[in-house]
Design a protein around this ligand. Structure first.
Ligand code: CO
Length: 137
């Protein structure tokens, strides 16, 4: 597996972006509103992966509830897999608790699924399907 992105929940995307770009020197290469996940997100490449800053669209979205419960901070880590359905089947067989039993549509129209933090030592893990020969920029 390769690291795809690290997602950080923030209250205010503009405010967070000014820290990660102006202060830390990263570059924002794109923004997207992902209605299915209820977030505005900003992407900042670093190494082979990227940071994603997530601002909730609504208080009653998963990221909105996360902010209310725990405040700003690390929300999830995403790894790339070549075959998402096959990976989910293998994890299910190994007793891993899945949030998504089937792949669903994430940012950039990619297939994603989340694993429950209870099965991952307290970290929410996202898997994204990136076909072997496919190159992501
Ligand atoms: Co993500």
């Amino acid at each position: 597996m390769k690291l795809d992105h690290i997602a950080i929940a923030v209250r205010d995307l503009e405010d967070a972006l000014s820290f990660y770009t102006d202060v830390l020197g990263l570059t924002c290469v794109g923004r997207e509103t992902v209605t299915e996940q209820g977030v505005h997100l900003a992407m900042l490449p670093i190494g082979e992966g990227r940071l994603e800053l997530l601002e909730p669209l609504r208080e009653d979205s998963p990221v909105g509830r996360f902010l209310m419960r725990r405040g700003e901070g690390l929300h999830h880590i995403c790894f790339q897999v070549a075959d998402l359905e096959g990976t989910l089947a293998r994890l299910r067989a190994q007793g891993v608790r899945l949030i998504d039993q089937e792949p669903r549509c994430g940012a950039e129209g990619r297939k994603i699924a989340f694993l429950h933090p209870a099965s991952a030592h307290g970290v929410l893990i996202e898997l994204v399907e990136v076909p072997k020969e496919g190159n992501r920029t």
